[in-house]
Design a protein around this ligand. Structure first.
Ligand SMILES: [Zn+2]
Length: 288
């Protein structure tokens, strides 16, 4: 399941092809994904220039010259693929595969003026798209309640200390709460708590302010390292069929149950527990 770094990697991969470019034609091959597509989506996208391709939490946001914004959510299994006509001029960051035949689960295709094609493939169909007036983005039901971006200025020590104060939920659940910080998922919460030496079971409100504050730079670092890994995966993209956002990471605790803890001098073992129905990986020896 793509988390924030994967979505940011997709955004960076799509930007050279989509930003400033015109969607000559949009092909919408089914009525819905997780929810119905917006009315007349293909018509509303056709001929529109993408002014800016942004991201909020795990949502890609393409601002169009029509004054509307296209929101794309990859869901559980959504993939964006770029293809170019054979023999297209080389553009840095653009991948060349020739247009492949339509594959199973290719639900939407954006045919860009100039020949590039951006295809949205989603086997499980938990993805979503929406179109709404750009000036109403802050009120959109998927965006309105989101907390600050973890890599933005509004996510700072004072914010996290304030929202954790008095919270009786475990810190793991508190960090997964999208109102606390937007876009953090299971993997990077486990990784950040391990680096910060904080037990995922500890109640958020019972962690000292200094340790809570120290979580902020750790969360940023974990995400930035993953985005950097995604960036290198973009450069090595030729073998991956133009598909972006899924890349190999080295995790310190995530999915390493039973493996030795990598904290120098710790000697502990990574454990898996279930919290709110989801796996948590941590080291009980160095996370307190
Ligand atoms: Zn440890």
């Amino acid at each position: 399941m793509p988390e924030l770094p994967e979505v940011e990697t997709v955004r960076r991969g799509l930007a050279p092809v989509m930003e400033g470019a015109v969607i000559a034609r949009a092909e919408v091959r089914r009525p819905d994904l997780r929810w119905p597509f917006p009315e007349r989506m293909a018509e509303r996208l056709a001929g529109r220039r993408v002014l800016r391709l942004g991201r909020r939490s795990k949502y890609l946001l393409a601002d169009l010259d029509s004054g509307e914004t296209l929101l794309v959510h990859l869901g559980m299994s959504g993939r964006m693929t770029i293809s170019q006509p054979e023999g297209a001029a080389l553009v840095p960051g653009v991948f060349h595969h020739g247009h492949p035949a339509q594959a199973a689960h290719d639900h939407v295709a954006f045919h860009m003026a100039g020949g590039a094609r951006v295809t949205f493939n989603d086997a499980r169909r938990f993805g979503a798209m929406d179109l709404f007036p750009s000036d109403r983005a802050a009120d959109h039901w998927l965006l309105a309640k989101l907390g600050p971006e973890p890599l933005g200025n509004a996510f700072h020590e004072g914010h996290l200390v304030a929202v954790f104060r008095g919270k009786a939920t475990p810190v793991k659940a508190a960090l997964l709460d999208q109102r606390v910080v937007a876009g953090l998922g299971n993997i990077y919460v486990c990784e950040a708590l391990h680096r910060a030496g904080i037990s995922p079971r500890r109640k958020a409100g019972r962690i000292g302010a200094g340790r809570v504050a120290a979580l902020v730079p750790v969360i940023r670092q974990v995400l930035e390292e993953a985005i950097a890994a995604g960036g290198s995966s973009l450069r090595d993209h030729r073998q991956a069929g133009g598909e972006m956002g899924y890349f190999q990471h080295t995790f310190r605790v995530y999915d390493r149950e039973g493996a030795p803890c990598v904290t120098p001098g710790c000697g502990g073992t990574v454990r898996r527990i279930v919290q709110s129905g989801r796996s948590t990986f941590y080291c009980a020896a160095c996370q307190r």
